[in-house]
Design a protein around this ligand. Structure first.
Ligand code: GTP
Ligand code: MG
Length: 418
């Protein structure tokens, strides 16, 4: 499947890698499931034959496989790519997400705006809606301001989650199974540790939204030190946002160099999550506001009003698009690895356990055939029937093992290699 991954030219191709891999592994588990059902039936038949070939224990084990395969397929169906945004308050986290989604979904504004965690994910329904923790009652999208805005009078807990279910038809990234998580500013909370436990451990990519007008601060660094202590080599992107403002300053080039040096040093030497070469793809100087404004107008087919874009905005838009491309490559690859590797390992262990059961059955039935044959010399006629039955059974077991185990193992191995 790596073929598709290298092709980052056409929009969305990198993200589709995840969907393709998901479909493929799902198909394999469907087949494994079918083999398990067959095996189960076979084992039942052998038990019914009354011969002492398969132990109760084996029988129970085979029955358990069914449940395990179903469980894996359920998790698989829920597997998505998750990106979480962090940064100090007002740096533009919510605006970056809106720009990526090409819609004003997240509340944004000056001051401390986002008060709790907000997750945006795709839905097949044509209208968007909200879900809050502990309730499956859908609420209207309009109530997001009341629920998640810091200025609202009735607020949710800081580390609680509002889920926005947004129509997949309106956004490519959601259609391709990306889930976005927006957070309150890391400088206005005491709850960093619980945040990490609750929202970070299954994230495939982290985006640190920095403010190009100030430098990377200790709160931001601390947070990512904590994250990388819990996760091995988290994928971190750094966006130096509001570059439209800073670039107007006289010494913008020097500032850019300073930000670059500090950010790269942080990723490479402090966190040690990337090497020098990889780090180049992890830092971008952007303006989320310009990206959002121009995309909204572009999608509506109206010209972007002059004045909402600063001089040299094309370069920042280009960097934003570049970020998105690298982000898509990174998140799909990482999600396939971390999520599907576990499933593949479990699939392999199930097929090899089935193989064990079948091989035992085969060996045991061979032994029995031998026993019966020697008995038969003495009690010829009586056992004729049983002997024949066992021979048939033995042949059947042999065929089963060949077709089932080899087929499944070949498929799983080739999927793993891909
Ligand atoms: P909290 O939710 O409070 O943590 O803030 P946030 O990080 O989500 O920031 P938000 O997206 O709400 O943006 C804060 C303010 O900055 C808003 O008024 C945005 O319009 C503005 N803003 C965001 N990105 C940019 C940018 O690139 N350039 C400029 N000039 N303003 C921006
Ligand atoms: Mg916000």
């Amino acid at each position: 499947g790596g073929r598709q991954l290298g092709n980052g030219h056409s929009q969305g191709s990198a993200l589709q890698f995840f969907g393709q891999a998901k479909k493929r592994i799902n198909d394999i588990f469907k087949e494994i499931g079918e083999y398990i059902v067959e095996t189960d039936k076979f084992v039942d038949d052998v038990m019914l034959s009354g011969q002492d070939i398969i132990s109760q224990e084996c029988c129970r084990v085979v029955k358990g496989f069914n449940e395990r395969v179903n469980g894996i397929m359920e998790i698989l169906a829920r597997d998505r790519m998750k990106v979480a945004f962090f940064g100090r308050t007002s740096n533009g986290k919510s605006t970056v997400i809106n720009a990526m989604l090409r819609d004003k979904i997240m509340p944004s504004g000056i001051g401390h705006t986002t008060h709790c965690f907000i997750q945006v994910e795709g839905t097949d329904s044509s209208e968007g809606f909200l879900l809050t923790e502990g309730s499956d009652q859908p609420q209207s999208i309009g109530s997001i301001k009341q629920l998640a805005h810091n200025l609202s009078s009735v607020k949710l807990e800081e580390n609680s989650l509002v889920r926005i279910l947004w129509p997949k038809s309106k956004c490519r990234l959601l259609k391709e199974d990306v889930v976005f998580v927006d957070s309150p500013g890391i400088d206005v909370t005491q709850e960093l540790d619980s945040w990490i436990d609750k929202y970070c451990l299954d994230a495939d990519v982290f985006v640190l939204v920095g403010n190009a007008e100030s430098t990377l601060m200790q709160t931001e660094k601390n947070f990512f030190h904590k994250v990388s202590a819990r996760l091995s080599k988290p994928n971190i992107f750094i966006l130096q946002n509001r570059w439209d403002v800073s670039v107007l300053e006289e010494d913008a080039d020097d500032v850019r160099k300073q930000h670059s040096d500090r950010n790269l040093q942080f990723l490479i030497d402090e966190l040690k999550v990337v090497d020098k070469k990889e780090a180049e793809d992890r830092l971008y100087f952007i303006s989320a506001r310009e990206a959002l404004v121009s995309r909204l107008h572009q999608d509506k087919g109206t010209p972007t009003p002059t004045g909402s874009l600063q001089e040299g905005f094309q370069i920042r838009m280009f960097e934003f698009a570049n970020f998105e491309r690298k982000f898509e490559e990174c998140i799909s690859k990482s999600a396939v690895q971390t999520k599907f590797e576990q499933h593949t390992a479990r699939g392999k262990s199930i097929t090899s356990e089935v193989r064990g059961v079948m091989e035992n059955t085969y060996t045991r039935s061979l032994e029995l055939t031998e026993e019966q044959l020697s008995l038969r010399r003495e009690k010829n006629d009586e056992l004729d029937y049983l002997g024949k039955q066992l021979k048939l059974l033995t042949q059947e077991v042999k065929d089963k093992i060949r077709s089932m185990v080899e087929d499944v193992e070949r498929k799983v191995a080739s999927a793993l290699n891909d």
